[in-house]
Design a protein around this ligand. Structure first.
Ligand SMILES: [Zn+2]
Length: 355
């Protein structure tokens, strides 16, 4: 299928917008990829695989997940710590990029024109029922978490194998509810992407601080359990949350190659339901991660899943939104202002532990 063709004027407008305003990607499996590539003998991984693309699109903040694959769950906590250590090591001499864990650090990085990175746990399966380990993760630089990935965990059930369109029932466990309270005490942000519908309802009743969906789209535009229903999008917005636009073709629903068109449809629907203050970018680009992970397992690289070639292409998507008639002031909120406002509000003012 033919995708939206971008006109030069909108491309130029988008490039200027990206140069002059904050641009945020609220979801990238970066720490895991850095660990895998370092185990394969690579060095300066962020520099070689990401930095130029981030600069090209003027990124100010990337939220890196710490995602533990099923194959590593038996020593999951150890694997999570290894990912964090690998990312810290990789960024050590990279002056353009800075790991941050508090609002002051984030503000400072933006003022100094660094690309800030926040670390968060994509799924807390690795702590089992031991919620005291949240403190340990925070000491390591973790600033937020989702309770579970698309699988069953001790804290909650995920929406489970969304691409197979098979929903798992059952929301949070008693320990999961305690974990939400503990996360709030520790000023960790909460991500509900990957939670199932029952879990979403329960979080809505117990969370006292705004929570977000770092990488979920509109379910009424594309029917996947990884996406949010209109009612959920409305509720997410009502409590101050933001939905990050997911650019995985299985979640955007652009299986025939109409990537920009589908991403714009999700944004337009979310504008109607959630409003302009509650949408951001949370691309979940994973081709680079999957290539590395497959190489480590001696498997062939899978077919591409990303709707964008790389982070540099974020400008093209922004141009598509402008070309669809969305006002520039609204697009600025989507490209970065909304998520930046959220993180500055939700993170502790200063860091309790150094990075
Ligand atoms: Zn995910």
């Amino acid at each position: 299928m033919k995708d939206i063709q971008i006109e030069e004027t909108y491309r130029k407008q988008a490039e200027k917008l990206h140069r002059e305003n904050p641009v945020v990607d609220a979801h990238l499996d970066l720490a895991g990829e850095v660990l895998i590539r370092s185990q394969l003998g690579e060095r300066d991984i962020v520099k070689h695989h990401y930095l130029d693309d981030w600069k090209r699109s003027g990124f100010s903040l990337i939220v890196s997940s710490v995602f533990v694959e099923n194959r590593n769950l038996s020593n999951g906590f150890e694997n999570a710590l290894q990912q964090i250590a690998a990312l810290k090591r990789d960024l050590k001499d990279l002056t353009e990029v800075r790991l941050v864990n508090c609002a002051d650090g984030l503000k400072k990085a933006i003022v100094e024109k660094k690309i800030a990175i926040l670390l968060y746990m994509e799924g807390l399966e690795v702590i089992g029922e031991d919620i005291d380990l949240l403190m340990e993760l925070k000491k390591q630089g973790i600033t937020g978490a989702s309770l579970v990935w698309s699988r069953k965990g001790a804290l909650a059930n995920g929406c489970c194998r969304a691409t197979e369109h098979r929903q798992v029932k059952g929301g949070l466990t008693a320990t999961g509810r305690r974990a939400v309270r503990k996360m709030e005490e520790l000023s960790l942000f909460l991500d509900i992407s990957h939670l199932n519908d029952k879990g979403f309802e329960e979080v809505l009743t117990i969370a006292e601080r705004p929570f977000i969906a770092t990488h979920s789209n509109s379910r009424s535009v594309y029917d996947s359990y990884r996406n949010l229903t209109d009612e959920q999008l409305g509720r997410l917005a009502g409590q101050g949350g933001i939905a990050g636009l997911n650019a995985c073709k299985y979640i955007a629903g652009s299986l025939s190659g109409n990537h920009l068109e589908m991403l714009c449809r999700h944004v337009k629907k979310e504008l109607e339901i959630a409003g302009e203050d509650h949408i951001g970018y949370g691309f979940d680009l994973c081709d680079s991660y999957m290539t590395a992970s497959c190489r480590q397992r001696g498997k062939q690289s899978p077919e591409t899943e990303d709707c964008l070639e790389d982070h540099g292409d974020a400008v093209i998507l922004t141009a598509a939104l402008l070309q669809q008639g969305i006002l520039e002031k609204t697009v600025r909120k989507i490209t970065g202002e909304n998520f930046l406002r959220y993180f500055l509000q939700i993170l502790p003012e200063t860091a309790a532990s150094p990075l």
